[in-house]
Design a binder for this molecule. Structure first.
Ligand SMILES: Cc1cc2nc3c(=O)[nH]c(=O)nc-3n(C[C@H](O)[C@H](O)[C@H](O)COP(=O)(O)O)c2cc1C
Length: 388
């Protein structure tokens, strides 16, 4: 007897992205090569980038059964002295407006609607003041401490005046990352219109037209420090001076004294550094290898998290980013001792794939995956899990 062909579930017949890998694939098709490589690539041979993913692949969850999961698990969680609806948020990314026009605002709106944090970066393409207005309860500001003390001080003063409650100081950019894809593509600001670049633009008309309509994005937070009318090159030079290697423990302590809100040190991978950050007054440490974009020999953040959690007081808040692509990955990070999780590239893939509705759709997709993973492992709430 012949078996009937399996009936297709209607939901599976859609070409709509249903995973971060789908979003990445769609983004790859819609973006010019140099833009996709800018957001997707890492430093050197991209070993740190693949290692951060590998650590999640090699980690198993621990399913527990017969725990009544008829009602949805609670995803809300406390981090930096406030409650969030979700235990994950949007990591700071530079030049989001290059990936898709209006990305900064779309991130702010999606995070605000989801009740999750959105960290706007020093090299964002919208001003920190407008991001705070767009996401009054969600926005945090990421600070690069550069060669110029005046610029650092002014950025802190602006963040304070705009009402930011949390400042995220990035520690892992002592030098600019050596990203071979960008170097091979000749990517830099301003763009050099070579025949290859022009062909790339013609092959991706949706991005090219949208970008032509809204104009080439600028490093909006730094525009005030360049001479009036300064072009992209001067702004990019200003930006690269922000990764001067000048940030040290003394400067971090000075920032701690200066900033009365919550202070996070991002880019920590070593247990001794984590302890020292806590002693220097950091309210949380963010374990991160900058998405594998800085040091190709960096350890996987998930592995570093386990070592750091082991030596830190149980109630000291640790955040993690790097290689998180699914709700199950978020649960793995929480199980390994993270209090909060951030994602960078997935939100950029989402906006490139789906436009302004992308980031909100990704929040929904990840929340659903996380809830399902919690139900299948017998976890009822994040707080109960973190309490052990
Ligand atoms: C395109 C891009 C730009 C980034 N720019 C910044 C930045 O300006 N400041 C910063 O602290 N981290 C920056 N990061 C690192 C992210 O905050 C985060 O650490 C990383 O993306 C996490 O890895 P994931 O992309 O695998 O989620 C950037 C990452 C990407 C992909």
């Amino acid at each position: 007897m012949r078996h009937a062909a399996p009936r297709k579930e209607p939901g599976l017949m859609t070409s709509q992205p249903i995973s971060v890998s789908d979003l990445r694939e769609k983004a790859r098709k819609r973006l010019p090569r140099f833009v996709f490589d800018y957001l997707d690539g890492g430093a050197g041979d991209e070993t740190a980038l693949s290692r951060s993913r590998q650590a999640f692949r090699e980690t198993c969850l621990r399913p527990r059964v017969l725990i009544n999961s008829a009602t949805p698990a609670s995803l809300s969680h406390r981090f930096l002295k406030r409650d969030w609806a979700l235990p994950f948020g949007i990591a700071p990314v530079g030049l989001p407006g290059l990936v898709w026009p209006g990305a900064d605002s779309a991130f702010a709106a999606a995070a605000e609607a989801a009740g999750a944090p959105f960290v706007t970066a020093t090299p964002a393409t919208a001003k920190l003041e407008s991001m705070r207005k767009a996401a009054p309860s969600s926005a945090m500001f990421q600070l690069y401490v550069g060669a110029s003390t005046e610029i650092t001080e002014d950025l802190i003063a602006r963040a304070e005046a705009a009402g930011y409650e949390s400042l995220v100081v990035t520690a892992d950019v002592a030098r600019p990352g050596r990203r071979l894809r960008d170097l091979r593509n000749g990517f830099g600001l301003p763009l050099t219109y070579t025949p290859r670049l022009l062909a790339d633009l013609v092959r991706h008309p949706v991005w090219s037209l949208a970008t032509a309509r809204s104009g080439m994005p600028l490093l909006a937070n730094l525009a005030d420090y360049a001479r009036p009318g300064a072009g992209a090159e001067t702004l990019a030079q200003l930006m690269s001076r922000q990764s001067s290697g000048r940030l040290d423990w003394q400067e971090f302590s000075r920032i701690r004294q200066r900033w009365s809100g919550a202070l996070v040190l991002k880019g920590v991978l070593d247990p001794e550094d984590a302890m020292r950050a806590r002693d220097a007054g950091a309210d949380a440490v963010q374990i991160s290898s900058h998405g594998g974009r800085q040091l190709d020999g960096a350890p996987a953040p998930l592995d570093a998290l386990r070592k750091i959690r082991d030596i830190m007081p149980k109630d000291y808040p640790l955040a993690l980013d790097g290689g998180v692509r699914t709700g199950e990955d978020i649960l793995k990070a929480l199980e390994a001792g993270a209090d909060f999780v951030f994602l960078g590239r997935p939100f950029l893939y989402a906006i490139a794939a789906l436009g302004p509705r992308g980031p909100g759709a990704l929040f929904g997709m990840l929340a659903q995956e996380l809830e399902s993973a919690m139900a299948q492992t017998g976890r009822r709430s994040i707080s109960e899990m973190r309490a052990g």
